[in-house]
Each structure stands twice: as structure tokens, then as C-alpha cells.
Design a binder for this molecule. Structure first.
Ligand code: GLN
Length: 551
């Protein structure tokens, strides 16, 4: 029978529940258990697809086209497996389902209520992935903090499940904070006691406490926490601040979080977790042999979480190259042709990020022009690819009005435009080209050699496409479609000829990069940045720029 672990949070948000859940899943997976993770978010949005990245960070996209919370990205990066629609549920989706059923008359005249109708639907979804004997263990992270009004139906659903399935099949891991008061030089357990009390007022007791702390928890303190929070002494787990999220699985292993969970679930300990590849990655990450600086040009750069998957993909690709990738955030809104040289000249490579809307768009185009003309390795993702095409049309093909119809609906030269099917759609949520699509790469192209394959699948999240009416002109002038969708002929990859690295993709490769499988395009891009740096160093910066200017 499938066993369930629920991960809840107390005291404050941002304690890293997603990383703790992913680390626990990694350890259980490494012990041979078939493990998956899902996230339940208490907000009313049906999915995070319509949320501004400033509100909620990046929207992550799964193979099957679900727009999800960014924690699912951590799950995939840690576990090296795919998640799906079923792995992210929001209150909005639960209510939408229940209300639709009510409209269909499915409740036969009954009053539809939070208990039992909403909680039943939450329980149904919590146990969905556990059916068909697909998994030994399903970990469910509950978004938000215990005590929030929105969390109540979820806490109640877990309470009921624990009663129905039994404590040996269903446990709660509660993540809390043990603050350190500098003036008193003391670790304080009271906020944790309060958050456990709050939970128990709703009938739910945690089985394990994971305590985030800046200072090590000494033995007596662990005993005190156990005593006052009513958990066994081995169930108080110390989670010290870590230098990288990727060391957390090893920290949790040292604290025996996996062992304690398995004992409480009455599961065999099997063999020790096999984490050789993980440790090798961590070693390379900690001791790089070189360093490159990559400019990330975007409009949400103030918020780290807005480009989460891109930053993580750089960490994976950097480690493989034994190279530290320093990502320098450059706000596209403040980039102009006048200051482009000053802002971009010390970069080893430039990435133009995905995005929506026209704010900062000309800055992105200026950065692309700088990268193309000065032979700086360039990587464009989604909007970054679209703007690379606009830049090329304007500055190489001389089509001065070239634009995307997203930014300028009246342009006479929409080199990026909306396809007919997309035009029919008026709603916003879940209406983009989403999820995994096939792409055929041109034999002999740079991209095909990077992937070592001509058939790939990659995930999408966009409305606009390259307008194939312009394709011939682009090809003649040296921007080549290295990849197309085999069914629709839509352009997926563009490459510029006679450039050390100029690859622009309509899809989002960052979603598929994992610790164990760094994405080949990011790996190749970091390598190109290293080579560009070596070349600059050997030529001397001035000489290099001059030689480029002179062709
Ligand atoms: N705004 C562009 C579109 O909808 C690009 C989207 C993106 O970068 N994800 O097509």
C-alpha cells in the first residue's frame, strides 16, 4: 500500500519547505522507494499561470503542460523524474471542480460545504497519485503556514486521512523555525511550540519536526522541543542553514530524516541511499576550476525567484564544466544603445530571458545586437528568441518596423506573430502553447551536435511564433532555423552563422535541466562562455573588440 508523508510549515513562510520535501524524496528514492512529490497551494487562483512573477516567482511548466508552482521545478531537479498536472493542486482548482459538480446536480440537492465536500475533494486529490500501485511513497507539501485561514481545509483533510489510513501509513513532517536571539545568545523554542499547538488545536499532531536554525541544536534543546511538542526525541531534526540547496539531502541524511520517516511508516530501511552522482556534482559545484560571468537580461531581475529554473540550470551546467557561473542581473528597462557597452562589455556571455509585454523590450534588443556584433556567446529563450529575430530583421535585413505583434499589434512587419488558432482564444489562464512538443533539428547544425540528436522534445509556454513568411530572407542573410516542429513547421530554434555561439530557442530548456542531467544547451553555453573568456584573455580585451569592429 502507498504511504503518505505530509510536509507542513509553521512560524513563518520562506523556510524552504519545497527543498526539505524534495530532499526527503531524494533520500527515499535513493533507498529504492518509488517516490513522488506534489504540492497543494491554498490560493484561489486555479493555477499560477496568470500570476505576476513578482507575486509568486517563476511559473514552472510540466511535460503535460501544467502551469505550476516553482517548487515542482525543485522536485524535478532533485528527483530527475517528471511531474504532471496532478502534482500541483490549488484551492481554486478544488473549488472549481466542486462548483462544477454542484451545477451538474451531482450533489442531489444537498447543501455543499467546506466539510465534507471541499475536504473530500482535497483528500481525493491527495491520494490520486497513490492509486494503481505506481508509488511506494507520496510526499505532499502543503503551501502556506499552519494557522492561515486558507490552510484550514487542508489541515482538516490531512487529519481525516491520518484517521482513515492509520498513523503507520500517513505521517506529518512539520517544518518550523528556531530563532537565535543574538543579544541573549540563545535559541528559542517558543515559536515552534506555538505553531505545533496551533496545529493540534485543529486535531493534527506532527510526527516529525524539522527545525530551521542558524545555530546547531544541542541535545538538551532537542529533548525540550520533543517534550513540549509531543514528538519522539529522534523526531527532532536539525536543519542548519546550508551553503547550497543541493547539500540539504546530505544534511537530512546526517540527521536521519529518512530513517525516522521509514520507521514511523513501518517500512524497511533497505540499503543506504545511493548518492554517488549527487556527491560528485556537489564536489564540482563547491570546488570550481574557473569562473565566467553571464549577463541575464530580463525585466524581473530584482526578484531571484522569477528566473529560478534558469539560475538552477546554470548551477547544473557550471558544475559539469567545473566552472562557477556568476549570473549578473541586468535590467532590460535601463539598457540603452548609449550605455550598452558600459553595461555589457565585461560579460563572457549574454542570455536574454523569457517574458511578456513591452516593458524593457528595446533594452533586450540592444543587448542582442551587442552580442551578435561583438561575437559574445548569446542564448535567447522564448521572448529572448523572438527578440533575436526582431533584432536580426531590423539591423541585418533592414526591416525597420520589424516587431512582435505582442508589442506592436499594428506593425507592418510582424516577424513574430500569433497563429490563427491562438487568435480565437480570449481567456488568459491556461491558453498558451504549453508543455512538451517535438522538434526536428537540422543535421549538422550546432544545436543538433549539442544535443547529439536530431529529434528532441522540449517544453513551451508562449502565444507568439516566428512568422514563416520571413524565413527565406532570414536564411539568406545567415540566421538559420536549426529546429522546427515536424507537424506544424513552426520554428523552434534559430542560429546565427559565423558566430562563436548564437542559439535562440522558442521553448524553455531550463525546465528540463536536473542535477543528474544538466541541460545540454546550458552546458554548451557555459563552455562557450569559458572559451570566449580565454580568447579575450589571450588577445587582450581592447584588441579583441577592435578586431571585431574591423571584421
Ligand atoms: N511573450 C511571448 C509569447 O507569449 C514569449 C513568452 C515567453 O517568453 N515565455 O509568445
Amino acid at each position: 500500500m502507498t504511504k503518505y508523508i505530509f510536509v507542513t510549515g509553521g512560524v513563518t513562510s520562506s523556510l524552504g519547505k519545497g527543498i526539505i520535501a524534495a530532499s526527503l524524496a531524494k533520500l527515499l528514492q535513493a533507498r529504492g522507494f518509488r517516490t513522488t512529490i506534489q504540492k497543494f497551494d491554498p490560493y484561489i487562483n486555479v493555477d499560477p499561470g496568470t500570476l505576476n512573477p513578482y507575486e509568486h516567482g517563476e511559473c514552472y511548466v510540466t511535460e503535460d503542460g501544467a502551469e505550476t508552482d516553482l517548487d515542482l521545478g525543485h522536485y524535478e531537479r532533485f528527483l530527475n523524474t517528471h511531474t504532471s498536472q496532478a502534482n500541483n493542486v490549488t484551492t481554486g482548482r478544488v473549488y472549481q471542480y466542486v462548483i462544477n459538480k454542484e451545477r451538474e446536480g451531482a450533489y442531489l440537492g444537498k447543501t455543499v460545504q467546506v466539510i465534507p465536500h471541499i475536504t473530500d475533494e482535497i483528500k481525493r486529490r491527495m491520494t490520486l497519485l497513490g492509486q494503481n500501485n505506481q508509488y511506494d511513497i507520496v510526499i505532499t507539501e502543503l503551501g502556506g503556514t499552519v494557522g492561515d485561514i486558507e490552510s484550514l481545509p487542508y489541515v482538516e483533510a490531512v487529519r481525516q486521512l491520518k484517521w482513515e489510513l492509520g498513523n503507520e501509513n500517513c505521517i506529518v513532517v512539520h517544518l518550523t523555525l528556531i530563532p537565535y536571539l543574538k543579544a541573549a545568545k540563545e535559541l528559542k523554542t517558543k515559536p515552534t511550540q506555538h505553531s505545533v499547538k496551533l496545529m493540534s488545536e485543529n486535531g493534527l499532531n506532527p510526527d516529525i519536526l524539522v527545525c530551521r536554525t542558524e545555530e546547531p541544536l544541542y541535545k538538551d534543546l532537542k529533548r525540550k522541543i520533543a517534550l513540549f511538542c509531543n514528538v519522539t526525541q529522534d523526531a527532532v531534526i536539525e536543519a542548519l542553514d546550508a551553503d547550497t540547496i543541493y547539500s540539504v539531502p546530505l544534511e537530512m541524511m546526517r540527521e536521519k530524516l529518512d530513517v525516522t520517516c521509514l520507521q514511523k511508516l513501518q517500512l524497511p530501511l533497505n540499503e543506504e541511499p545511493e548518492l554517488n552522482k549527487w556527491k560528485e556534482f556537489l564536489n564540482k559545484l563547491r570546488y570550481p576550476k574557473s569562473k565566467v560571468t553571464v549577463g541575464l537580461i530580463g525585466k524581473y531581475v530584482e526578484l531571484q525567484d522569477a528566473y529560478k529554473s534558469i539560475l538552477e540550470a546554470f548551477i547544473h551546467a557550471g558544475a559539469l564544466n567545473e566552472c562557477k557561473v556568476e549570473v549578473r542581473n541586468i535590467h532590460s528597462e535601463y539598457l540603452t544603445p548609449e550605455n550598452a557597452i558600459e553595461k555589457l562589455q565585461n560579460l563572457d556571455a549574454i542570455l536574454v530571458a523569457p517574458g511578456f509585454g513591452s516593458r524593457g523590450i528595446e533594452g533586450k534588443i540592444d543587448a542582442i545586437r551587442y552580442a551578435r556584433e561583438n561575437h559574445i556567446p548569446f542564448f535567447g529563450i522564448c521572448l529572448g528568441m523572438q527578440m533575436a529575430c526582431v533584432e536580426f530583421a531590423r539591423n541585418v535585413l533592414g526591416i525597420k518596423n520589424a516587431h512582435s505583434t505582442e508589442m506592436n499589434p499594428d506593425t507592418t512587419d510582424g516577424v513574430i506573430a500569433m497563429m490563427e488558432e491562438q487568435k480565437q482564444i480570449t481567456q488568459k489562464g491556461g491558453t498558451m502553447r504549453l508543455g512538451s512538443y517535438d522538434c526536428e533539428l537540422v543535421q549538422g547544425s550546432r544545436t543538433a551536435s549539442i544535443y547529439s540528436s536530431t529529434h528532441i522534445t522540449e517544453r513551451h509556454r508562449h502565444r507568439y511564433e516566428f512568422n514563416n513568411e520571413y524565413l527565406e530572407a532570414f536564411e539568406k542573410a545567415g540566421m538559420l532555423p536549426a529546429g522546427k516542429n515536424p507537424k506544424t513547421g513552426l520554428v523552434e530554434v534559430m542560429e546565427v552563422k559565423d558566430h562563436p555561439f548564437f542559439v535562440a530557442v522558442q521553448y524553455h530548456p531550463e525546465y528540463k535541466s536536473t542535477v543528474e542531467n544538466p541541460h545540454p544547451l546550458f552546458v554548451a553555453f557555459v563552455k562557450a562562455a569559458k572559451e570566449a573568456q580565454e580568447k579575450r584573455n589571450s588577445l587582450g580585451h581592447q584588441v579583441f573588440e577592435k578586431s571585431v569592429a574591423e571584421g
